[in-house]
Design a binder for this molecule. Structure first.
Ligand code: FEO
Length: 173
């Protein structure tokens, strides 16, 4: 059984994961508006993966006898001054998500909730990957600065991203 504190914190994180999906879809819309279809596809895939993260929290709350309470999701930003500014914003967002996951882990430790700690371990590992993938794109973009040719090449490379549905296995019941 989830403690009241854990239930509240997991519901809050569920909201943040959906906010992340919303934010990345807003970024996809921005990239569509500046004719960068590869960046847009990458962000759409990211948005879908964030929804899968949210569903992991949804199902875990239920499995542990908690109650899912959906909260209001804020409107995400819609405009950025450049493609690089978008990716920097996204990286900073992921760093914030990592902090939230770490705080959840600390709470689970305080509550002596071992099942939640095991559940959260998946997210700890996932955040390392998330920061790494956003971080490498930002690094590449900083390296090439404002070169349109290089941006076009990165766009082509990003268009090869496929959605990783493994996070969802067993999550939609
Ligand atoms: Fe679900 Fe990108 O953190």
């Amino acid at each position: 059984m989830l403690s009241e504190k854990m239930e509240k914190a997991f519901n809050e994180q569920l909201k943040w994961e959906f906010y992340s999906a919303y934010l990345y879809l807003s970024m996809a819309a921005y990239f569509d508006s500046v004719n960068l279809p590869g960046f847009s596809k990458w962000m759409k895939a990211q948005a879908i993966e964030e929804s899968m993260h949210a569903m992991k929290f949804y199902n875990f709350i239920n499995e542990r006898g908690g109650r899912v309470i959906l909260q209001e999701i804020d409107q995400p930003p819609t405009d950025w001054e450049s493609p690089l500014a978008v990716m920097e914003f996204a990286l900073a967002h992921e760093q914030e998500v990592t902090k939230k996951i770490n705080n959840l882990m600390e709470l689970a430790q305080q509550e002596k909730d071992h099942a939640s700690q095991i559940f959260l371990q998946w997210f700890v590992t996932e955040q390392v990957e998330e920061e790494d993938s956003f971080g490498s794109i930002v690094a590449q973009m900083r390296l090439v600065k404002d070169s349109p040719e290089a941006l076009f090449m990165i766009d082509r490379e990003l268009s090869s991203r496929n959605i990783d549905f493994t996070a969802l296995s067993g999550e939609v019941q």
